[in-house]
Design a protein around this ligand. Structure first.
Ligand code: ADP
Length: 664
């Protein structure tokens, strides 16, 4: 037969075994649960990926619908006459050139307007006087002569030069007046720049040069208002130049109209694209193919965001709508969001590489449809929120989590119970070993006394009779004590095993107690204790095992003496007790009171357990076995009674045995 290993046979290995029996299946269950959870998570990720993909397809369809319906409108020639929606402009590129509705919606145009310009030759003589011979008087006279010509272009050109010469001559007020005169002329240009725009900038420059801050601010603000209202059809370099000058003159008050600039950038892109197609800059075949079907859409990244261009038409006439991001957000994104539900959607500029990661901050596979694939102006990215309830999957996960939690709680509780059991065992083992040590000590004292008196009596034949008697009495006391001890330990063993025989007979509790007190007085004779005993008159008959009850009272007396300090008094009383419940049988109370070290309230109940000793007792170095009170309680309980304790540290204690009186 296989041998059981030694460590398994040891009583201490039982909790260990039990722990293993509980913990192993629990660990296996937890591991299984975690694996299941992982699988579920992976499944959920897959489900979410699929949901994101189908949401992306739905968004593509919804946006295609929107874009196509716009493209259809574009093909209608009457469309250009309608008022464009806010955030959009309409663009028409035909043989007549570029037409924009509303015209003021662009900060600049791909090409400036062609305003009439005066012929440069007319001013040759005046300019020679101004720049070559530097005869400013002459130049002024010549320009004044030209200014009276009826031709508006020559008139305006002459005035501009006149003002310039006056400024050089430092006749600022006159120069200012001439510039002001030019401020209302917006249909003539010099070198492609409207005359009034030149004049108004010159006015600002004059105000700055002459240190008139208020005048500069007023003129610059007015110029800015007109620039942003689209008074002039400028090309990009001119617009940038004026805007840059304004920002220098106005500082924090300078305002650039971001929407008009975005619109201008998008229209510029579109005009360039259409121009190239028509000019056939691309490979001729594709250019022709595309020119025949010039329909499409694109998002254009502008300085401030994204604009969308949708165009349709014929090779001769291409109509387009340019929409700013806010229009997209207002008109098209809701349709995309509705189609994406329950997923979320992000529309980003076609060439934007950022969306996939930016949109799905969750790190989960998102549904991505690049513009190059769909032909739409956006790259579409959909994502399914992590917290989205995936129906049965989520329910299963919840169930699993609850199950796992339950298993963990079970294991923790089991572990705790095993731990507590183990701790109690260790504590009991320690108490037992303390008990053995204490009992040995208790035995040693009377044995030592006996052997000493034996020696004295053996050696001393000539001892006086009185001494000899005293020694014999001491020997007798030690023997009684030894006997008590042995009986006490044996009785305790029997009580623990439930084998202590009790023989109940009617006993007068008063007599029994006074007998015990007398014996006890003899026992402690010479130690300076006063043991008072008061027995009330009346019937104190109880059904008792006299010997056992004798031991219980003795133990209480023994403790009273052991735990007394300087005040060596013990009071014993026997009286009728007030019954615990009204109507119950009368009771007899035997109380033993001392004035010793007392017991803290928290310790009081525990001291009736076997081997348990109070902290005060051990701290004071008072020897004991820890079984006295346990025995007393056992005995009293066998009599159907109870022991009460009232005690206060450093004041004293009263232990009271209460037993029902026998009915005579
Ligand atoms: P032992 O006295 O041998 O230690 P007991 O079971 O008789 O064991 O008493 C248990 C503990 O109760 C004692 O160790 C002591 O701390 C406390 N105790 C009992 N009686 C008294 C008393 N009269 N005064 C103070 N403490 C007491």
């Amino acid at each position: 037969m296989a041998k059981i290993p030694g460590w398994l046979r040891s009583p201490h290995s039982l909790p260990l075994l039990l722990g293993l029996v509980v913990a192993l299946p629990a660990i296996a269950l937890v591991v299984l649960g975690v694996r299941l959870l992982e699988q579920d998570r992976a499944l959920a990720v897959q489900r979410r990926g699929e949901m994101a993909q189908s949401a992306a397809d739905r968004v593509v369809r919804a946006l295609e619908h929107e874009v196509n319906s716009v493209a259809r409108q574009l093909a209608d020639p009457a469309w250009m006459a309608e008022r464009p929606a806010p955030g959009t402009v309409r663009v028409l590129i035909s043989n007549a050139g570029l037409q924009v509705e509303p015209p003021s919606a662009l900060a600049w145009y791909p090409s400036a307007s062609h305003l009439p310009e005066p012929p440069a030759a007319v001013f040759a003589e005046a300019e020679a006087a101004e720049f070559q011979s530097v005869d400013l008087e002459m130049a002024l006279r010549l320009n004044r002569g030209l200014a009276v010509r009826p031709d508006v272009a020559i008139h305006s050109g002459a005035l501009l030069r006149q003002a310039r010469v006056l400024r050089k001559m430092n006749r600022k007020d006159e120069a200012e007046a001439v510039f002001a005169q030019l401020g209302g002329t917006n249909n003539i240009a010099i070198d492609g720049v409207p005359v009034d725009l030149i004049a108004r900038q010159a006015q600002c420059a004059l105000a700055l040069a002459s240190g008139r801050a208020g005048a500069l601010r007023g003129a610059a603000l007015a110029l800015q208002t007109d620039l942003n209202a689209g008074r002039w059809r400028l090309d990009r370099p001119t617009y940038e130049f004026v805007a840059e000058r304004l920002s220098r003159w106005l500082g924090p008050d300078a305002r650039r109209d971001i929407d008009r600039e975005a619109m201008a950038a998008a229209v510029e892109w579109f005009a360039l694209r259409s121009g190239r197609r028509r000019a056939g800059d691309d490979a001729p075949q594709t250019a022709t193919a595309e020119t025949r079907a010039p329909t499409g859409c694109r998002s254009v990244q502008t300085g401030s965001g994204m604009a969308v261009v949708i165009w349709a038409g014929t090779p001769d006439r291409v109509a387009a709508i340019v929409a700013l991001e806010r229009f997209v957000v207002r008109e098209w994104r809701p349709a995309a969001e509705r189609a994406a539900r329950p997923a979320t959607v992000v529309l980003s500029a076609a060439g934007d590489a950022r969306p996939a990661s930016a949109a799905s901050g969750t790190g989960v596979v998102a549904g991505t449809r690049p513009a190059s694939e769909t032909g739409l102006p956006w790259t579409i990215v959909t994502d399914v929120p992590v917290h989205l309830d995936l129906g049965p999957l989520a329910a299963r996960e919840r169930l699993l989590l609850v199950g796992l939690a339950a298993v963990l709680i079970l294991v923790a509780t089991g572990g705790f119970l095993v731990f507590r059991w183990r701790r109690q065992e260790i504590a009991l083992a320690r108490l037992q070993s303390d008990f053995v040590a204490a009992v040995s000590h208790e035995f040693r004292t009377p044995l030592t006394a006996l052997s000493q008196f034996n020696e004295l009596l053996e050696d001393g034949d000539e001892l006086p009779a009185a001494k000899r008697r005293a020694y014999h009495q001491a020997q007798a006391r030690a023997t009684v004590r030894l006997r008590r001890l042995v009986e006490s330990v044996l009785d305790f063993g029997r009580m623990q095993a439930g084998r202590h025989p009790y023989a109940f007979q009617p006993v007068d509790a008063g007599k029994l107690v006074s007998g015990v007190v007398d014996q006890f007085r003899a026992e402690i004779d010479g130690r300076g204790f006063v043991v008072r005993c008061e027995i009330d008159a009346g019937d104190h008959t109880i059904a008792a095992d006299a010997e056992a009850l004798d031991r219980a009272v003795w133990n209480l007396l023994d403790n009273a003496v052991k735990y007394s300090r300087d005040r060596r008094e013990v009071e014993v009383t026997v009286c009728a007790a007030t019954p615990a419940r009204p109507g119950s049988r009368p009771e007899v109370a035997v109380a033993v009171r001392d004035f010793g070290i007392g017991i803290p309230r928290l310790e009081q109940a525990r001291l009736f357990q076997k081997f348990v000793r109070g902290a005060g007792a051990t701290a004071a170095g008072i020897k004991g076995t820890g079984i006295g009170l346990a025995m007393a309680q056992h005995i009293v309980a066998a009599h159907g009674g109870r022991i009460l304790v009232e005690s206060e540290p450093n004041v004293g204690s009263t232990f009271t045995i209460v037993i029902e009186r026998s009915l005579s």
